[in-house]
Design a protein around this ligand. Structure first.
Ligand SMILES: NC(=O)c1ccc[n+]([C@@H]2O[C@H](COP(=O)([O-])OP(=O)(O)OC[C@H]3O[C@@H](n4cnc5c(N)ncnc54)[C@H](O)[C@@H]3O)[C@@H](O)[C@H]2O)c1
Length: 316
């Protein structure tokens, strides 16, 4: 049977699929030629990421398709319900990138806590002429150990972030309207395990108590963090949004930075993607990444192998 990985797939995914007896095609077929290509080649499994769209017309036109797979989480580019009604299995890999996103949040937090985002900009320009001034400017760093991390949204990524925080010696508090508690298992290099049960508390309490706040909620109609929420936070708080653009009010964030309420913030996602506001891009208190939370080799490998496992068990 043939698998078309139209937006690419990791080497480990190809290996696992070939081992299970599938032929894997990694050609990127243009959207308008996709229906013909699938029919000409009798493709059984269509794998996509976010670039290729799989709408009703394609589903109706391509009777050879048995599985549609999305490497990653969001399935906005697939008519999922329609495909399922037609008896097609639709699969994704929601957990594969959780730890990668969690580590990116901590890369930002450690960077912000020691001004790395600024230091890396200034050292190439003035590191030889103003070394002492820069040393003074970046001399009041903070440690994360002993501080409180507030997690808003305690699902897969929120819990992965909490585990990293626990490993770093932080206290963890969390808010999630749909979860009372979570059991976190931390596994160490030598097989030792430690279990933590964390009971969620109110959003207000999280905002009041946390030194570092990180958002891991799905897309929402309203801001999760806006001006009233910033009011509740500690002075000098750090914030990270690696969830979705639009869950943090960016205008209120810039105001909260200017007032000193927020000491620094990390943004991996933006209200306007792929053209974030210039006021954000130029803000020295922001540590910025271009939506790369899930972009690690390990996450891509897990996506590939998880898809291969699911495909084999459905068609095997
Ligand atoms: N930066 C990246 O590259 C990247 C990569 C993957 C996922 N994401 C995003 O991360 C977010 C979380 O993903 P996940 O896999 O952990 O999802 P998840 O569904 O496992 O967890 C989301 C949690 O948020 C909770 N929640 C819903 N509304 C809430 C609210 N108003 N306040 C607090 N909690 C609320 C839900 O109950 C759920 O437990 C999603 O928005 C996803 O799009 C970003």
């Amino acid at each position: 049977m043939k698998v078309l990985a139209n937006d690419g797939i990791s080497k480990s995914g190809i290996v696992a699929l070939e081992k299970a007896g599938f032929e894997v095609i990694t050609t990127t077929v243009a959207q308008e030629q996709l229906i013909n290509y699938i029919n000409d080649n009798q493709i059984s499994v269509l794998l996509v990421r976010s670039a290729t769209t799989v709408r009703k017309d394609l589903i109706d036109a391509c009777s050879s398709i048995k599985i549609i797979g999305r490497g990653g989480v969001g399935m906005d580019n697939i008519d999922v319900e329609y495909a399922r009604e037609k008896g097609i299995s639709v699969i994704n890999t929601p957990a594969a990138s959780s730890h990668s996103v969690a580590e990116l949040v901590f890369a930002h937090f450690y960077g912000l806590a020691r001004f790395l985002h600024n230091s890396n900009r200034e050292m190439p320009l003035e590191g030889d002429t103003k070394f002492k001034a820069l040393k003074k400017a970046y001399g009041k760093g903070v440690e994360l150990k002993g501080k409180t991390l507030g997690v808003l949204g305690f699902g897969r990524i929120g819990q992965a972030t909490a585990k990293v925080a626990l490993g770093a010696g932080m206290k963890v508090i969390a808010f999630d309207p749909f979860m009372e508690k979570a059991n976190l298992e931390l596994e160490f290099f030598d097989g030792q395990k430690v279990n933590f049960e964390i009971n969620t508390i109110s959003k207000e309490e999280v905002l009041k108590q946390a030194d570092f706040i990180t958002l891991h909620v799905p897309a929402q109609k309203e801001y999760v963090i806006g001006a009233p929420e910033f009011e509740l936070m500690k002075d000098g708080v750090f914030l990270a949004n690696a969830a979705r653009g639009g869950v943090v009010d960016e205008v209120a964030l810039v105001k909260a930075i200017e007032s000193g309420k927020v000491a620094g913030a990390a943004l991996d996602v933006f209200e306007k993607e792929p053209t974030p506001e210039i006021q954000l891009l130029m803000n020295a208190s922001l540590s910025l990444t271009p939506h790369t939370g899930a972009a690690t080799n390990e996450a891509q490998d897990r996506i590939g192998t998880e898809l291969a496992e699911q495909i084999s068990s459905i068609l095997g």
